[in-house]
Design a protein around this ligand. Structure first.
Ligand code: APR
Ligand code: ZN
Length: 369
């Protein structure tokens, strides 16, 4: 079938809106009509050419929501008309990873997904007879896409696509890091580095679970009002701290953070996030994605004296199980997504969404089909 897609033909070039061909779903696969898709930093990172695993030509987008149009043979958990959120971290419920409660990193389709292909090793997309790669197993910058059944979370039908698409990446990454990875407890003192789309979701996650103190750290003071609306109790601008930032944060939190979260993607702030944690029990969670090949460092004594350094991908969430719950939290008013979606646009204007992100003017732009 013909579908409209924003195609990344080459690194560093704007996306091009084209009609491309999409093959129907094979065994275990599902054709989804995408209704909305957020534009995330990861799409921009791959488009820039700096992602060593980036493939071209490709259809990007991994933060979508839509409706099942057709199911391939053997699909049992979904039917046409179901509302779904695509999952770049699937949940097969059978692999060693899915069976281990300590991780959400299902490996069932990892290899082919990384190669930009469906599990059978081929692509469903093509342009002028030549294959186009899938992206993160999702390719939501197309009005129809094909996904494996295990990479789709079924959600309630009254949830608005143009809001809950954000649960496909940013919301779950931030809130999940608090709830699943860190398991922040009521009364905790939390420090959040970076008050962008990810950091604000960490903040509202920390508020939801009852943290007492939520310190936000950002070099841009314009981020303060919205962060306060989401639950930040203290704002620290590193540029205005005279002396050592870590010492300042330790003092502000009465001895150090119980949990800290790095939501920027810089190795220097990852170190600060670890070192502002409380001696004996503080845990720091890395969420931000640093550039390829970068390395983190600290003095081993930081760990010897009881701090823990960990990371979180997709908020430690098992998508088919956890994403529908997060949709419920949104529908019940427990979390705020509306204020984070600052811009919407038709597919034809998707490159504007990337510009707004690079200029730091948006929190989230959403393409509405
Ligand atoms: N110290 C403190 N804050 C900083 C610094 C710094 N050195 N550098 C940047 N920031 C702030 C920015 O001002 C901005 O508010 O970090 C915030 C980053 O927010 P966004 O650019 O909106 O990024 P976001 O979408 O939240 O993603 C953050 O997570 O998913 C990854 O790839 C993504 O690595 C990125 C990170
Ligand atoms: Zn699995």
């Amino acid at each position: 079938m013909d579908v409209r897609a924003a195609v990344a033909f080459e690194a560093g070039k704007p996306l091009e809106i084209e009609t491309v061909q999409l093959e129907g779903p094979k065994a275990g696969e599902v054709l989804v009509e995408i209704k909305a898709s957020g534009i995330c930093h990861t799409d921009a990172f791959t488009l820039s050419g700096e992602d060593p695993e980036g493939l071209f030509p490709s259809i990007f987008g991994h933060e979508g929501a839509g409706v099942v149009a057709e199911c391939g043979p053997g699909v049992t958990s979904l039917k046409p008309g179901d509302h779904v959120i695509p999952l770049y971290t699937p949940e097969c419920r059978e692999c060693d990873y899915c069976l281990n409660p300590k991780t959400n990193l299902c490996q069932a389709i990892r290899t082919t997904q990384g190669q930009g292909l469906m599990p059978d090793g081929t692509s469903r997309f093509s342009y002028k007879g030549k294959p186009i790669f899938h992206y993160m197993g999702c390719s939501t910058f197309a009005n129809y896409t094909v996904l494996p059944e295990i990479a789709l979370a079924k959600i309630r039908k009254d949830a608005p696509f143009d809001k809950v698409c954000y649960i496909g990446c940013g919301v779950t990454t931030g809130i999940g890091a608090v709830v699943n990875t860190a398991k922040v407890t009521p009364g905790a003192r939390v420090v959040v580095f970076g008050l962008g789309g990810i950091g604000l979701n960490v903040i509202q996650g920390a508020r939801m679970v009852g943290a007492d103190q939520i310190v936000g750290v950002d070099i841009n003071p314009a981020k303060k009002p919205l962060a306060e609306k989401f639950g930040m109790t203290d704002f620290v601008n590193p540029k205005e701290v005279s002396g050592d930032l870590v010492a300042h944060l330790v003092e502000l939190t009465g001895g150090g953070a119980d949990w800290s979260f790095e939501c920027i993607g810089r190795t220097d702030t990852m170190r600060q996030a670890l070192e502002c944690c409380h001696k004996g029990w503080g845990e720091s969670v890395i969420i931000g994605v640093a550039g390829a090949g970068q390395e983190i460092s600290t003095r081993p004594f930081q760990l010897v004296t009881g701090r823990t350094w960990k990371g979180s991908a997709f908020g430690g969430a098992r998508g088919r199980t956890d994403v529908p719950k997060i949709v419920d939290w949104y529908m019940d008013g427990k979390i705020n997504i509306d204020d984070l979606i600052t811009h919407t646009m038709p597919l034809e204007e998707i490159n504007k969404g990337f510009d707004l992100m690079h200029e730091g003017r948006s929190i989230r732009s959403v393409v509405v089909y």
